[in-house]
Design a protein around this ligand. Structure first.
Ligand code: DC
Length: 213
């Protein structure tokens, strides 16, 4: 029997991991979960309920109340504020624990799945046959995210975006129950000098090599 193709795509904010992961999912006909949306939904639900983002009990309750259909219209989850809120609640161990089973169930689907996030290859699916760690320089990541947000009318300066990316990296790396670390068996894909076509092509080759191992 062929092994389910679970593809774990981790990396920092705006590294290109989301686009690469969704393209891989389309290419292999696999279901795709952007796990950052789960943390974003917890942050947004906390803010709309008037909760303090550091209230660990309320955040854990918001995480436990999440169902996959909360992500069906992610338009309120992709704003800069939602990303900032997500980064804060993601450091709360009870939130990570509450979201664990949902993510692991998604990864266990019979044919496999593609998940992107920060701890997919280390915590959620440590046995995934294909693991990528997608990265790019902070300046390039800030420029990409800045262009995305500006296109949508979410006005922010490039300098503020870069500061935001650096702050987010520091928080994701240092705090919380699952700081962002690269799985030892993940293949690093640095997209600093790549456009999306080149990055997807490189990612596909990494997955093909992992499949034949
Ligand atoms: O990838 P993103 O920008 O949508 O993620 C938003 C925040 O959620 C990010 O600051 C880190 C956190 N996150 C996490 O801790 N673990 C994940 N698997 C996914 C996201």
């Amino acid at each position: 029997m062929t092994r389910p193709l679970v593809i774990a795509v981790d990396g920092p904010a705006a590294s290109g991991k989301g686009t690469i992961a969704s393209r891989l999912a389309a290419h292999y006909g696999l279901p795709f979960l952007d796990t950052g949306l789960l943390y974003r939904a917890v942050g947004v639900d906390m803010m709309s309920g008037g909760r303090d983002l550091s209230d660990a009990r309320a955040a854990e309750a918001a995480a436990r109340a999440l169902t996959p259909d909360r992500l069906s219209d992610p338009s309120d989850l992709t704003t800069g504020d939602a990303g900032e809120a997500a980064s804060r609640v993601a450091g709360i161990p009870g939130v990570r624990a509450a979201l664990l089973e949902l993510q692991q169930a998604f990864a266990r689907q019979p044919g496999g799945a593609v998940l992107d996030g920060r701890d997919i290859g280390t915590v959620i699916a440590p046995d995934a046959p294909a693991k990528l760690f997608v990265t790019a320089s902070p300046e390039v990541r800030a420029r990409r995210r800045w262009m995305q947000l500006n296109e949508r009318g979410d006005l922010i300066t490039y300098e503020a975006m870069l500061a935001d990316i650096l702050r987010r990296d520091e928080r994701d790396a240092g705090s919380g129950a699952a700081p962002m670390v690269q799985a030892p068996d993940a293949v690093v894909l640095d997209t600093t000098e790549m456009d999306i076509e080149a990055a997807f092509d490189a990612a596909r080759r990494i997955v093909e090599a992992a499949r034949t191992r």
